[in-house]
Design a protein around this ligand. Sequence first.
Ligand code: CIR
Length: 259
Amino acid sequence: MDRRATRYALVRPPSPALVRALGQAEGVSIDLDLAYAQHASYVGALRELGLVVVELEPLDAFPDACFVEDTAVIFGAHALITRPGAPSRQGEERSVAVALAGLGVQTTRMQLPATLDGGDVLRVGNRFIVGRSARSNDAGVAALRAFATSVDEDASVIALEMPPDLLHLKCHCSHLGDDAVLALEGLMLELPAGTRRVDVPTAEAYAANAVAVGDQVLVAAGHPRTAAALERAGFTARPVFTGELRKAAGSLTCLSILV
Ligand code: CIR
């Protein structure tokens, strides 16, 4: 398997259309200026981790386009370009595919009737755990399996049924490198032997989605018990504020694709 270090972060700033993004609760409104500022500070934090940030153009025709993670699954020098599960998001992936190809990533396109959101895919080494959700269907899981095993014949893909009220698997867990995960306490995950697990208390569930680069972890601000658990496990927790993006069901990993 390709174990190159992460070098690039692909991001897309929100456009004014963000106010129409999916997943907003009744009566909640997004402050666009604050959303732009929080996105910019997230991007700044990625740069501080030493990543080269590639910024895609905002897409006004796609209110959810800043949540780039859902459009691609990276595996070493390869990417599966998804068909996002929400019809209003299908098409976001086109410019992501072009940008990834420009970085030298080998891209594979997912075909009808498959749908899959990158937010449903947790990878630990060459094991993929994928949420079967309202966004990611059986054909999407099969396409992920075909992709993963074409890159590494020993790769495995395990599907996990998501409860209807959970948008994505990674709302409740995230990858901390090839041998560790951050996960909501009680979440059952079939992790490879030897994987370290850092548990997130239920009261801080939103913080289970974090972005790790080496031993540095961007974690949602205001979740001190999760930050402390990460520090105890040897990571450095770096709080970032994404409250306005959270109003559109966004968390931290969804705002970037790490290559
Ligand atoms: C959506 O519902 O598709 C967006 N409003 C939020 C997507 C969040 N994606 C992610 O966490 N991977």
